[in-house]
Design a protein around this ligand. Structure first.
Ligand code: AMP
Ligand code: ZN
Length: 510
């Protein structure tokens, strides 16, 4: 394993500071990411969380660390409010759709995984599904109760936050502060911040999803699953835990409290807690409950390639808010197309064997192996000028994943005086961390046909020929008329581009 290069530093939400990264086991970095609640299609904000996680995991692999990555699938327990109030999101969605929770979970898990694939996100080593771990959760909750960290009331088993010394440290919220005061009251709760570990089904009512437990039939509280599954797959104390910044306030505080009560105060679960900031739109934070069109599928329907969204995310630092707009994602698409054109030109010019640019299969790319072998192959024999770009790229990524500074290094490589061979090797090398699939970006594939497009490809070609002939005959009025008809149908003409034309993403908010 080589971990040479710039020292990796990461922002730890626990200390609110950038810290040098020190793995617990240098041979294997253990990483847990809070996964989706699979009651509806993930929105683009949710997907930002996984582009961030993937960038973190790729960076670790790029820097020579092996990783074990776990993402959970929440298919039970997440209520409409993060703080234990309201209905179970899964139950509600199943009722609305007139189907079972299992159907809802299967459908949205599959859609979620397809979105991740389209975004170039590498599968975690382990997908852990909450409902596969109910008995583990009951056993864990039992220990909490026996240790006096939990008490039983009418509503079920509740965690007593006064039993851990520094509850809420991650959120920096005072136990009697306004955030805690806002949490809905539950009959019998001792402290407003106490939270459900096990939700007993109300007398005479059967939930669609319920299990027997020492506290009666019911379902686990949402926070329990992440403590239980991270412990099971990654151990008492692992390296990094990720999630969106909303989780910093309640969910992760509660996870930490459970971990401490179970494993001892020093065992918070993860050494480093990392949180991505929100994707927002002009009206505020994106959320599933808002509805609207902010899904990856809706973007594709408008003619935007999914990887343009990945590039948009990488263009902002994960800890900054990112404002989403169709204009912004269309600009990212244009940037991606320029990269694709540049790579195609370099491939045409290069002398190297393209097979040497994809040295990925051999080393368990998807299983969390470090990218050492790939990097060694790609960087072997590079000139000092080329290696200087590697250093710049490394420094940017190593500074708490500064992707907005890493991307310009890619542009600088393309604009440099290096040979086409060296440029391609560097692009392939950087793409291991960026995950944009730069070597395989096909110009035609990036030109996604919007769902509302009316012309067929053959009709577009016919109009282009018509325009060409009119121009040859110096009938400029006819040539312009053909161009205008194409434009009105959402087709951009690109004189000088090998593609000749392409679909224009629909930007109106109709
Ligand atoms: P959920 O499916 O609601 O459990 O959320 C999945 C992930 O998306 C969590 O890590 C959330 O913190 C994150 N998330 C939710 N909304 C946003 C948003 N607007 N921007 C970025 N991340 C978000
Ligand atoms: Zn979680």
């Amino acid at each position: 394993m080589t971990t040479a290069g710039a020292p990796l530093t990461l922002f730890n939400s626990l200390s609110r500071a950038i810290e040098p990264f020190q793995p617990i086991d240098p041979k294997m970095v253990r990483l847990y990411s809070c996964g989706p609640t699979v009651y509806s299609t993930a929105h683009l904000g949710n997907l930002r969380a996984y582009v961030f996680t993937d960038t973190l995991r790729r960076t670790l692999n790029w820097k020579g660390y092996a990783t074990t990555h776990v993402i959970n699938i929440t298919d039970v327990g997440h209520l409409t409010s993060d703080a234990d109030a309201g209905d179970d999101k899964m139950e509600l969605a199943a009722q609305k759709a007139g189907t079972t929770i299992w159907d809802i979970a299967a459908r949205y898990t599959q859609l979620f995984k397809a979105d991740l694939k389209a975004l170039g996100i590498i599968d975690p080593a382990i997908w852990s599904v909450a409902t596969d771990h109910i008995q583990d959760m009951i056993a864990f909750a039992d220990v909490l109760e026996k240790q006096g960290a939990a008490y039983e009331i009418e509503g079920g088993l509740y965690f007593d936050v006064t039993k851990v010394p520094d509850y809420g440290r991650l959120a920096r919220s005072a136990m009697d502060g306004p955030e805690v005061a806002r949490i809905d009251a539950v009959e019998g709760k001792r402290h407003p911040a106490d939270f459900a570990i096990w939700r007993r089904s109300p007398e005479g009512e059967q939930r669609q999803m319920e299990w027997l437990s020492p506290w009666g039939p019911g379902a686990p509280g949402w926070h329990l699953e992440c403590s239980v599954m991270s412990l099971k797959y990654l151990g008492e104390q692992f390296d990094i835990h990720t999630g969106g910044i909303d989780h910093r306030e309640i969910h992760h505080c509660n996870e930490i409290a459970q971990n401490q009560a179970y494993n001892g105060t020093a065992k918070t679960g993860a050494n480093i807690w990392m949180h991505n900031n929100f994707l927002v739109d002009r009206t505020g934070k994106m959320s599933k409950s808002k509805g609207g069109v902010a899904t990856l599928g809706a973007l594709t329907a408008r003619g935007v390639h999914p990887l343009a969204y990945r590039l948009l995310c990488l263009g902002a630092h994960y800890r900054s808010e990112l404002e989403f707009s169709l204009e912004a994602v269309a600009a990212a698409l244009t940037r991606l197309k320029r990269l694709a054109i540049a790579v195609a030109a370099l491939k045409a010019e290069a002398t190297l064997d393209p097979a040497t640019l994809r040295p990925s299969q051999e080393t368990g790319y998807g299983k969390g192996a470090p990218f050492d072998w790939q990097r060694r192959t790609l960087e072997a024999g590079l000139s000092d000028e080329a290696l200087a770009f590697v250093t710049r790229f490394d420094e940017a990524l190593s500074a708490d994943l500064m992707t907005p500074q890493a991307l310009p290094v890619l542009d600088a490589v393309i604009a440099s005086a290096l040979s086409a061979d060296e440029k391609l090797r560097l692009i392939a090398d950087f793409d291991l961390a960026l995950g944009l699939g730069l070597l395989d970006l096909d110009r035609r594939a990036l030109s996604v046909r919007p769902e509302e497009a009316t012309l067929t490809d053959a009709e577009v070609d016919a109009l282009l020929d018509e325009r060409q002939q009119a121009r040859a005959a110096k009938d400029f009025a006819a040539a312009d008329a053909a161009r205008d008809r194409l434009k009105a149908a959402g087709v951009d003409i690109m004189d000088g581009d090998a593609l000749r034309w392409e679909w224009r993403p629909l930007l109106d908010d109709a």
